[in-house]
Design a protein around this ligand. Structure first.
Ligand SMILES: [Zn+2]
Length: 100
């Protein structure tokens, strides 16, 4: 699937987990830039159901992002996180509206 970011989704099997915020099943991840990359501990990801910002733990299960995770990130990266979260929320709203 081509993404709005111009890349391809490369789904990687993950340990089956649940979003710690909404409980949505998480068992795959893809690199937002379309790179053929396997998630690594401390990589950031999003729940596609509730748009929670999550972080991969050492065992590649996910946890909710904590304020300490953002200490060394750039302003541009913070903007990117917020924009991506908003895009997921907007996509889900349009998807739900189209199904009703
Ligand atoms: Zn969620």
């Amino acid at each position: 699937m081509t993404t709005r970011f111009g890349g391809q989704f490369n789904i990687k099997d993950m340990p089956e987990d649940k979003c710690p915020v909404c409980g949505y099943k998480i068992n795959a991840a893809s690199d937002i830039n379309g790179n053929n990359k396997v998630p690594e501990p401390d990589d950031i990801t999003f729940c596609l159901k509730c748009a929670a910002i999550l972080v991969f733990k050492d065992d590649l299960y996910v946890r909710h992002m904590k304020p300490d995770d953002l200490i060394d990130v750039s302003f541009d990266f913070l903007v990117f996180l917020i924009e991506t979260k908003n895009q997921i929320i907007q996509f889900n709203q349009k998807y739900r509206a189209a199904r009703n």
